[in-house]
Ligand binder design. Structure first.
Ligand SMILES: NC(=O)c1ccc[n+]([C@@H]2O[C@H](COP(=O)([O-])OP(=O)(O)OC[C@H]3O[C@@H](n4cnc5c(N)ncnc54)[C@H](O)[C@@H]3O)[C@@H](O)[C@H]2O)c1
Length: 321
């Protein structure tokens, strides 16, 4: 099989590339980012890295023509990015996504679109089912532009599905693991990891009672591969996540314990201190993952403790290289 992965040099994309290479498939990665996360694949005869953008429609067209399956992961991701640069977030995630859908439709290639748990916004329901409401704040608050950009992408996916395109939407819930963002930036795991490596205190926002459902990358990738290969998933949105809730404070304590730090402690900080005045956090995000289990046949395998240990060990080795 020949597989195109836009954003394939990112965190999830690099692990997805590994998976398809291991299966014996041929992988084409289109990404504007650094090669750091796919460096180990660069010499592989079935791996092709194209350092370019989804805005290069001619290139995208040529790639879509020669593959069997397309994963669209390229996006502006991460709170610090979408709060700092809402224009780029909307442009890449909305207009760029349209380019990918356009070429997938032209050659009738199955497309798997990477969406997010942010879609549900601040809907207080627990857990979230795929057909639950989206509850968002005002458009004057930049924080909502990422959720909105992914929702527009999803609407385009379903519109193309009506036109006959085989497409599946995956909504990821806090995926973590080796090769996540650089330490100190990005998501909760890497922020805490950076602080641990520097012997600094772990900064927990508010009282840390807000919860997340952390999903180890191999479980997320298993669901992602299954979505691409399974026709029964066409036309569906599927939550990809573990349904075990962990508070941010518990997660910080677990990281302290597994890292074995004697120097770092937990420090509570206000939300404004970290993200400025315009940010609104979501207190609980829990997936109903029935569809992931039943439709994709994927059961999460890695516990938070095992996954966090593996990720900490990986980042520690990287820091000592
Ligand atoms: N990791 C998670 O927990 C999570 C949660 C929800 C949704 N997602 C979604 O999964 C996908 C992958 O996320 P990730 O965590 O690997 O993030 P990531 O930032 O590591 O990967 C995104 C990749 O897209 C690339 N990219 C950005 N603009 C591009 C462009 N114009 N053309 C080509 N490539 C471009 C970046 O260089 C990067 O390598 C994203 O669509 C994201 O929205 C991830």
């Amino acid at each position: 099989m020949r597989v195109l992965i836009t954003g394939g040099a990112g965190f999830l994309g690099s692990h997805l590339s590994d998976s398809f290479i291991e299966r014996g498939d041929e992988v084409f990665v289109l990404d504007t980012g650094s090669i750091a996360k796919v460096r180990h694949l660069l010499d592989h005869p079935r791996f092709h890295y194209i350092h370019d953008s989804i805005f290069n429609l001619e290139l995208l067209d040529g790639l879509a023509a020669k593959v069997d399956l397309i994963y669209h992961l390229a996006a502006v991701v991460g709170v610090e990015h979408y709060v700092a640069d809402p224009y780029e977030t909307l442009n890449v995630n909305v207009n760029g996504t349209q380019n990918v859908l356009k070429v997938a439709y032209k050659y009738n290639r199955k497309l798997v679109f990477s969406s997010t748990s942010e879609i549900y916004g601040r809907n207080p329901k627990v857990p979230w089912r795929e057909d639950d409401d989206r509850v968002l704040g005002a458009t004057t608050i930049d924080r909502w532009c990422y959720s909105t950009s992914k929702a527009v992408g999803e609407h385009f996916c379903f519109a193309y599905h009506k036109l006959g395109l085989p497409v599946t939407v995956l909504r990821y819930f806090n995926v973590y693991g080796p090769r996540l963002d650089r330490v100190d930036v990005g998501r909760l795991f890497t922020i805490f990891m950076g602080q641990l490596l520097r012997n600094a205190d772990l900064t927990v926002i508010g009282d840390g009672s807000q919860t997340r459902c952390f999903t180890f990358v191999s479980d997320a990738v298993a669901a992602t591969v299954a979505a691409g290969l399974n026709d029964a998933a066409n036309g569906h949105a599927v939550n990809v996540g573990v349904d075990v809730e962990t508070s941010v404070l518990e997660f910080a304590q677990l990281m302290l314990e597994l890292y074995g730090s004697t120097k770092s402690k937990i420090r509570f900080v206000s939300q404004e201190e970290v993200y400025g005045a315009g940010y609104e956090d979501i207190p609980r995000r829990v997936p109903d993952n029935t569809k992931m289990r039943n439709l994709l046949g994927v059961e999460p395998k890695v516990s938070l403790k095992e996954g966090t240990k593996m990720a900490i060990d990986w980042f520690r080795r990287e820091a000592n290289r």
